[in-house]
Design a protein around this ligand. Structure first.
Ligand code: NDP
Length: 335
């Protein structure tokens, strides 16, 4: 079996040298465990946090340990009758060709149902993040304006499409003209490029009535421009700050936290961070029902970016934090 371990902690952007590929013997499953062959590995921005030992909501990956990640896998051998060889499961196998996992932590997938990769994207953790964060914290109302960045990614694209289903106006922000064009195909009411030199003016033109919900995925310059457009009683679910995940120092310029707090006060803003696991026990059932329905009737569409081969994992992950992915990033590890 081949696996990618964390060799050292990245300073700034992760490099190939921060990882090491190893080949080891196939592990044996103990009682209650199954041996799995990885078919698809999900790459997600949170993995940058696991490479760091800075304080976080989850423990870091240890040096020399296999990088973590959600996987769709085929059962090779199981010590528990609940699974048989050939079954396909959602698990947390990490950056490797095979894994041994506890059967009780695995969820069987229906190969005749939705495409298997959707369990890592629109019907999985990122889709759930969009659903729970937008509806619980953002609470979009008909006619309101919802803005989201990283809008062609699995979280952002679901946020915009769910906002429209709820009768709101969806404004998507993405990097580059191809992604902006895709947002219009998805039905976003307006789409703008955060790399454009006149981004702040474009944002103002796209939000003539201000912003009622800003689903925060990125931070950085996008947030600076959005803050000025927020309406009184606007809601800001703080989901991610991907623009800063590779940062090694505070941003240039004066400390703006005073301006931020004054705006929160003056406009009665609700700024609320969340980790999707908070909502999983109470909202997963509603999510699966609603999202499956929206996919079936075409109200939600999704896009995937499938990279072939475990040996391209590090490069693909580097691209994720720079916007080189276009849609939910997945590594196809085996057929
Ligand atoms: P994406 O597939 O959308 O990938 C990240 C995207 O961020 C890139 O493709 C890029 O898109 C955009 N980006 C990167 N740098 C910048 C920048 N400087 N300014 C603006 N945009 C930038 O990822 P996901 O949909 O998986 O995740 C989106 C966010 O949600 C992340 O912040 C992630 O950490 C967070 N998240 C949070 C969870 C939670 O429980 N709180 C759970 C899951 C995800 P572009 O080319 O358009 O700029």
């Amino acid at each position: 079996t081949t696996r990618i371990v964390l060799a050292s902690r990245p300073h700034g952007e992760p490099t190939q040298e921060n990882f090491r590929t190893e080949t080891v013997d196939l592990p044996e499953p103990a009682a209650g465990e199954a041996l799995l062959e990885t078919l698809y590995l999900s790459l997600d921005p949170y993995m940058r946090g696991r490479m760091s030992d800075a304080p976080s909501y989850a423990a870091p990956v240890e040096i020399d340990a296999t990088m973590v990640g959600a996987t769709v896998s085929r059962v090779v051998q199981s010590t528990d009758d609940a699974l048989s060889p050939g079954d396909v499961v959602l698990g947390y196998g990490g950056w490797q060709t095979h894994s041994v996992e506890k059967v009780k932590h695995l969820r069987r997938l229906d190969p005749q149902g939705a495409p298997l990769t959707t369990a890592l994207g629109v019907l999985g953790m990122p889709g759930f993040t969009a659903y729970s964060g937008l509806l619980t914290i953002g609470q979009p109302k008909p006619g309101e304006t919802v803005v989201v960045a990283a809008a062609t990614g699995p979280v952002g694209s679901a946020v915009g499409q769910i906002a429209r289903i709820k009768g709101a106006r969806a404004v998507g922000i993405a990097g580059g003209p191809e992604k902006v064009a895709h947002l219009k195909e998805l039905g976003f009411d307006a789409a703008i490029d955060h790399r454009a030199p006149d981004f702040a003016e474009q944002l103002a033109a796209a939000t003539p009535d201000g912003i009622d919900v800003y689903f925060e995925n990125v931070g950085g310059q996008v947030w600076d421009a959005v803050l000025r457009r927020l309406n009184t009683y606007a809601r800001v679910p703080v989901c991610g700050l991907v623009a800063g995940y590779n940062a090694t120092s505070l941003p240039e310029g004066p400390d703006r936290s005073g301006v931020l707090m004054a705006t929160i006060l003056r406009k009665s803003l609700t700024v609320r961070g969340f980790i999707q696991t908070e909502f999983a026990p109470t909202q997963t059932e509603d999510f699966v029902r609603d999202m499956s329905g929206w996919l079936a009737d075409g109200q939600v569409q999704y896009r995937e970016d499938v990279v072939e081969g475990l040996d391209h994992t590090v490069e693909a992950f580097q691209g994720l934090l720079q916007g080189r992915n276009f849609g939910k990033l997945v590594v196809k590890v085996a057929d």
